[in-house]
Design a protein around this ligand. Structure first.
Ligand code: URA
Length: 210
């Protein structure tokens, strides 16, 4: 199965993303914009959730009305920048469980190494929404998806803020079943693995560490 790339071209998201790209944008503004965009992306990534009709009573009448049905959702954030997307996405998914995965790049092998992993139980019955702002080489997302699949998870969607063509290719070569939701696909990666034109280091801009 080949999953799709969903390009989210909503004008509000595009406007906010442009503000985030600007190098003058402050840490506090960057953080607020990422939260706002993540809320809007949460709306887009849940567009195909199944619903079922339930019987309710309004103040005037009884009716059958739709409610979200199907798999329970878990939002998994890739540390550390993924954390900046959690508050926004959870605003539209208040009942979602939350998981975390931490990976660092081994300086000699350049392979991602896991240093933290905590997700809820019964992952095989859940819809996973994996969040990380930057899909660059794709190495860490490929590793994160592989690790999440080891828990038995069968349905994983990946949501980011910016993607490089190289990262999309890599993720879909290894995990063709994982759809990608992104507001933008930039030109390329530079020699340091940064997305160009991009927005710089998302973690540093989010946490003010540079
Ligand atoms: N991670 C980032 O934070 N920025 C990039 O451009 C690439 C990876």
């Amino acid at each position: 199965m080949t999953a799709r790339v969903h390009l989210i071209e909503h004008p509000l998201i595009q406007h906010k993303l442009t503000l985030m790209r600007c190098k003058e944008t402050s840490t506090s503004k960057f953080r607020a914009l990422l939260e706002e965009i993540s809320l809007l992306l949460g709306y887009e990534v849940t567009r195909d959730l199944p619903t079922e009709l339930v019987d309710i009573e309004t103040p005037l009448a009884t009716m059958r009305a739709p409610m979200v049905a199907g798999k329970k959702i878990v939002v998994v954030s890739v540390l550390r920048a993924g954390g900046g997307m959690l508050d926004g996405i959870v605003k539209v998914l208040p009942a979602a469980r939350i998981g975390h995965i931490g990976l660092y790049r081994d300086p000699t092998t350049l392979e991602p190494v896991e240093y933290y992993f905590k997700v809820p139980q019964q992952m095989d019955t859940r819809q996973v929404i994996l969040v990380d702002p930057m899909l660059a080489t794709g190495n860490s997302i490929v590793a994160a998806v592989s690790r999440i699949k080891q828990t038995g998870a069968k349905s994983i969607k990946f949501v980011c803020l910016l993607a490089a063509p190289e990262g999309i290719r890599h993720l879909h070569e290894v995990h063709p079943d994982v759809p990608i939701y992104t507001p933008a696909i930039d030109e390329r990666l530079n020699d340091h693995g940064y997305i160009v034109p991009g927005l710089g280091d998302a973690g540093d801009r989010l946490f003010g560490t540079k």
